[in-house]
Structures are given as structure tokens and as C-alpha cells.
Write a protein that binds this ligand. Sequence first.
Ligand SMILES: [Zn+2]
Length: 59
Amino acid sequence: MPKSLQCKDVGMNCDWKTQGQTEDEVLKKASEHARTVHKMNQMPPEMQQKVRGAIRDVR
Ligand SMILES: [Zn+2]
């Protein structure tokens, strides 16, 4: 089942969202986005946890 993530669900004031086939794919896109847009060079583990918690199934 495809997965989706909204940046604001992670607590950011941001309208970005993404989709992927797996949680890992979404996480990868999210870290790319965090690096380019939020200037987060590396996502700290607690942030990754937050992102995983915010990932939703697409119906
Ligand atoms: Zn964002």
C-alpha cells in the first residue's frame, strides 16, 4: 500500500507532501526535503522517529 507524508504532520510550518511505495522510500524523500528546504544536514534519530510516526497509508 502506498504511503504518504505531510511535512506539517511532523510539526513543520510547511505545505510539502510526498508519497512512496514504502516507508523507507518516503523517509528518503523526507530527508532529501529536510536537507534542501529545512537546512537539516542530517535528520536526528528522534526526527526520523517523528517522520515514521507521521507516515500514513494512502487509500
Ligand atoms: Zn517541509
